[in-house]
Design a protein around this ligand. Structure first.
Ligand code: PMT
Length: 361
């Protein structure tokens, strides 16, 4: 049997997308994105698709357990704010409940959002003299006003569209649909792929329908579907029908690298594609990022290591200087919530890629 990873990209696309029904929310997301894109095409505004957060790989169709990819969404949410500041409209395709632009300053942080609030003293003319109004603590006022104004501006001017995904299959369906919808934007489209995308998955045809059982079930129980799924999980060539599944062996297939299809097929002509490369072994990072750039022929790979991703990234480009490191000096690290983006901003990303269109506004 040919694995998806060994097929030609177009064939792998058709096989992979035939494995799954499209996500239920896709038609609604497409309608929202179409209206959003039409608006910005008319205004000749640049639109960036930012992908953010990790994708899951469910182990069961009625999912109780899943494998996850590391990502809090900091990179994507922070970068989206910088794109908005530069006049882009942003389609933010993100893992549900991961960090979002603007609200990221007050969620998932070391402080609970309630730590930013206080109850003011009741005033003499308060209707209820026991309750003062809730307000933002004085030390956070300036920063929060600034964030609030930017957030309101983005919302009121239709600059930010939030679209959630959870599984790797949902992510792929959404990515393909958004890229195709962005075609009318031509060179005003930018793809900024910061999501942590799973490289492995369980094809729908081999997936257990129900929760995989770990303890023995009574022999008289009709649980044929659960037992069947356990046989599959023991490995393709060793069919042992265990009644008790103490050891779970998960057999994953490679997810095709859809960057190929994005660059060669889905994305509009003249658009710019920026991908990220995450590694943990420093000796592999530049090699893997270069290989990705050569393989997919896009514009920029931003490499980062898990342990230092907030303080240093490397830009790998087809043109000189080919490799450029951006580092946040040690003294400035503690002041920044999100690291590199807060320190160097979008200008560096724009300099990194060669084909960035000029602002239209
Ligand atoms: O969110 P944070 O906590 O701030 O973390 C940010 C980050 C570390 C997740 C981010 O900076 C990052 O590196 N994201 C990319 C992680 C990743 O998926 O790396 P990869 O080496 O598996 O994939 C490289 C590229 O191939 C990605 O751009 C991805 O879109 C693409 N890919 C990956 C898998 C796959 N099956 N198909 C793909 O097209």
């Amino acid at each position: 049997m040919t694995l998806l990873g060994d097929m030609e990209p177009a064939e792998a696309e058709s096989v992979y997308f035939n494995e799954y029904p499209p996500p239920k929310s896709l038609p609604k997301h497409e309608a929202l994105a179409r209206a959003f894109i039409d608006l910005h095409v008319e205004d000749k505004r640049r639109v960036v698709l930012v992908t953010s957060g990790g994708t899951t790989v469910p182990l069961e169709a009625q999912t109780v357990r899943f494998i996850d990819n590391f990502s809090a969404g900091t990179r994507g949410a922070t970068s989206a704010e910088y794109f908005l500041q530069q006049g882009y409209a942003v389609i933010f395709l993100h893992r549900q409940y991961s960090l979002l632009p603007y609200s990221r300053h007050y969620s998932h942080s070391t402080n609970c959002f309630l730590d930013f609030m206080d109850e003011a003293s009741p005033s003499a003319d308060s209707p209820n003299q026991n309750h003062g109004p809730i307000q933002v603590r004085s030390e956070y006022q300036d920063e929060m006003r600034d964030v609030l104004r930017k957030y309101r501006y983005a919302k009121q001017n239709n600059r930010l569209l939030l679209l959630p995904f959870t599984t790797v299959a949902e992510y792929m369906f959404e990515l393909r649909a958004m890229a195709k919808l962005m075609r009318p934007l031509g060179p005003n489209a930018l793809f900024y792929l910061a999501a942590a995308v799973s490289d492995f998955f369980i094809p729908r045809s081999r997936m257990a329908e129900h929760k995989i059982q770990s303890s023995e079930l009574p022999a008289n129980l009709d649980n044929s579907s659960a037992i069947g799924s356990q046989e599959i999980y023991t490995g393709e060539n060793e069919v042992q029908p265990p009644k008790s599944q103490k050891k779970l062996v998960v057999n994953l297939d490679p997810v095709p690298k859809f960057l190929h299809r994005l660059v060669d097929g889905w994305a509009p002509d003249g658009s710019m594609v920026v991908s990220f490369k995450l590694e943990t072994d420093p000796s592999l990072l530049v090699y893997k990022a270069r290989t990705a750039l050569q393989r997919y022929s896009h514009h920029l790979v931003i490499g980062n290591l898990l342990s230092t991703r907030k303080w240093e990234v490397v830009f790998i480009t087809p043109d000189p200087p080919h490799e450029r490191w951006i580092r946040v000096p040690k003294a400035r690290r503690s002041k920044s919530i999100s690291g590199v983006e807060d320190q160097v901003g979008l200008a560096e990303i724009q300099k990194g890629g060669q084909q960035q269109p000029q602002p239209q506004e």
